[in-house]
Design a protein around this ligand. Structure first.
Ligand code: ADP
Ligand code: MG
Length: 270
């Protein structure tokens, strides 16, 4: 079986307070009054082992919700996802050993140092401290993270440096599936390039399967083997970057992925 992810008919609803509604602390009251919104609508796709699969879409289109479902943090209302053949709902503990996630705002113990944060995570996974630190140091070196910052509090690091620590932490456990939810959003151009180089070099070479969301079309073009475009909880296109450009209907040879993205997302709105 060469499928890393098999996602079939995933649908997710959220309850959202109606506009101008008085807020309430009573969660049942809130649910009763709230509006049931469908944020994912029958999402179906497969990802092959070792593939870098991009999910592009406007803000609020459902990317992070889909990633949370794949990473067992949220339950789908309909449909099924398997990760390396394991169901994310019924086999969630086994799935958690195969995956790791880096989100746009990585959660840390901000007052603790980089090393302490790495060690905490290693403990959770039952890794030996010395081995974890050695591995983290190797990854951080590959990401061009200066060694002398390892004893600084995470809150004193820049966004770019924090994101590098989040990536090192996620890779500590050698996940077979890495979920990268906007890993380069808000990074300066240098840090962004270093993270992209790392994904394309080290991660790709280790045959880790990656799902990547990004708003940077050039990044998606460069890194992704295939790309899905999501709008209002629907996949509206899926292909290789070249395939998407070819299918866009324009005969221009220099059409960019950004042109294709704007064309597709605007078309569907019309
Ligand atoms: P994206 O990552 O593409 O920006 P999200 O998956 O974060 O989109 O959000 C999709 C939609 O679901 C948005 O309308 C968002 O407001 C809504 N949403 C996300 N999480 C929740 C939640 N926990 N409760 C209610 N609504 C949510
Ligand atoms: Mg998001």
């Amino acid at each position: 079986m060469n499928k890393a992810i098999k996602c079939t008919g995933i649908t997710k609803y959220f309850y959202q307070a109606r506009k101008n509604e008085k807020s309430t602390w009573n969660i049942f009251e809130k649910f009763k009054k709230g509006e049931r919104i469908r944020v994912l609508n029958g999402i179906t796709f497969n990802v092959r082992k070792g593939e870098i699969y991009g999910i592009l879409g406007p803000n609020g289109s459902g990317k992070s919700t889909l990633i949370r479902i794949i990473s067992t943090l949220l339950l789908p209302d309909e449909g099924e996802v398997t990760v390396y053949g394991l169901n994310v709902v019924t086999d969630c503990y086994k799935v958690r050993h195969l995956i790791n996630r880096v989100s746009v705002e990585a959660a840390f113990f901000k007052k603790l140092t980089v090393m302490e944060n790495i060690l905490f995570s290693a403990r959770l996974y039952g890794m030996e401290a010395g081995k974890a630190l050695k591995k983290a140091a190797e990854i951080l070196k590959d990401l061009d993270f200066s060694e002398d910052k390892i004893n600084e509090s995470v809150e004193d690091l820049s966004r770019g440096q924090q994101q590098k620590v989040a990536i090192a932490r996620a890779l500590l456990t050698e996940p077979k599936l890495l979920l990268l939810d906007e890993p380069t959003t808000g990074l300066d151009p240098k840090a962004k390039k270093e993270v992209q180089k790392f994904i394309l070099g080290k991660i790709k070479n280790q045959n880790v399967t990656v799902i990547l969301t990004t708003h940077d079309m050039e990044e998606a073009d460069k890194l992704c083997d295939r790309i899905a475009i999501i709008k209002d909880g629907h996949f509206i296109a899926e292909d290789t970057p070249e395939g998407l450009k070819r299918k866009s209907g324009e005969n221009k040879s220099d059409i960019s992925l950004e042109d294709v993205f704007l064309q597709l997302t605007e078309e569907v709105a019309a």
